[in-house]
Design a protein around this ligand. Structure first.
Ligand code: ZN
Length: 62
């Protein structure tokens, strides 16, 4: 999966606020993600993100 800053990743487990979608703020060995529902930010290991990814919406270009 080609994760890039600004993409929206959909994870299997919902955040307590009910949203499955997270904006990618930083990529690397750990990702920083922001919940699109409530704005909460988390750090997650890349392996965990990959394991839990259901879909990826690429940042709109242009
Ligand atoms: Zn949330």
């Amino acid at each position: 999966m080609d994760y890039q800053v600004g993409d929206i990743v959909k994870l299997k487990k919902p955040h307590p606020c009910g949203s499955h979608e997270w904006e990618i703020l930083r990529v690397g060995a750990d990702f920083r993600l922001k919940c699109t529902g409530c704005g909460h930010q988390v750090m997650l290991a890349r392996k965990l993100v990959e394991k839990n990814t259901r879909g990826l919406k690429k940042k709109e270009e242009g």
